[in-house]
Design a protein around this ligand. Structure first.
Ligand code: MN
Length: 255
């Protein structure tokens, strides 16, 4: 199986299009297709903060429906889903941009997008186990012992990461560095925490290079394990990127 796994897009649709073209995809029927039949995979967080969240939803929906892509939900996807269910979610932390786009639509279009997103989300696994378990894709990563399990703690982990319940001074949750202690054989590809360069450690790859914060949008090619990126069209916000002490590990770049 040959895949191009894409990091958190967060509504950066034009950057996503450029990345697929760099990867050799051509856009026909409104979605990217590869001449050699490679498939795409998405680590979640399709929407929020960026300019074109609804176009990303529509494209990923079409890809998954046509069996051309794998998708797992991220925490932003989970929140948008709960918004579409009519739950009382706080319209903040980026959701306000997606909701504003959606509210601009007429009622028929609103129903169409909502229907697509609910279908996409409801049919997505919490995480994908692929290629005879040689590859696992999960939004915030996954602990080795959670692979194959689907209970609530697993859901919290794959959506939010290894959170302890503690918060930083600014109110943001403390995320423990699970990848540092990962000892499994499966390659884990994930996003969720923006980093300046792909972070590869112990067969885990964080490919969220913060496109929505002015970093870049990255694909990890599988099984080649090469990285391809396009620069972001968004303004750069340095404080949104996490650094890891003593571990500036960068996956091999191919341009
Ligand atoms: Mn994200």
């Amino acid at each position: 199986m040959k895949l191009d796994i894409i990091g958190d897009i967060h509504g950066c649709y034009e950057d996503f299009k450029l990345l697929t073209e760099k990867l050799g995809y051509t856009w026909e029927q409104g979605y990217p297709q590869h001449p050699q039949g490679r498939k795409l995979a998405f680590v979640g967080d399709l929407t929020d903060r960026g300019p074109s969240s609804l176009s990303v939803i529509e494209t990923v929906y079409l890809l998954v429906k046509n069996d051309l892509a794998y998708y797992v939900p991220g925490n932003h996807c989970d929140k948008l889903y709960r918004f579409f269910l009519g739950r009382n979610v706080k319209i903040a932390h980026g959701l306000e941009t997606t909701v504003a786009e959606w509210e601009q639509l007429n009622k028929i279009e609103q129903q169409r997008i909502k229907g697509m997103f609910k279908d996409l989300y409801e049919n997505a696994p919490l995480y994908h186990i692929l290629d005879n378990q040689k590859l696992v894709i999960a939004h915030a990563g996954i602990r080795e012992d959670y692979i194959g399990q689907y209970h609530n703690k697993v859901k919290t982990f794959v959506l939010y990461g290894d959170i302890s319940g503690e918060v930083h001074a600014d109110g943001s949750p403390v995320r423990r560095d699970w990848a540092k202690y990962y000892k499994g054989n499966s390659i884990i590809v994930y996003g969720h925490t923006p980093v300046r360069e792909v972070r590869e450690i112990h067969r885990t790859y964080n490919i969220d290079t913060g496109v929505v914060f002015g970093g870049k949008l990255t694909a990890l090619q599988y099984p080649e394990l090469t990285v391809k990126s396009v620069p972001s069209s968004m303004p750069f916000i340095a404080e949104k990127f996490r650094t890891f002490d003593n571990q500036p590990v960068v996956a091999k770049q191919s341009q």
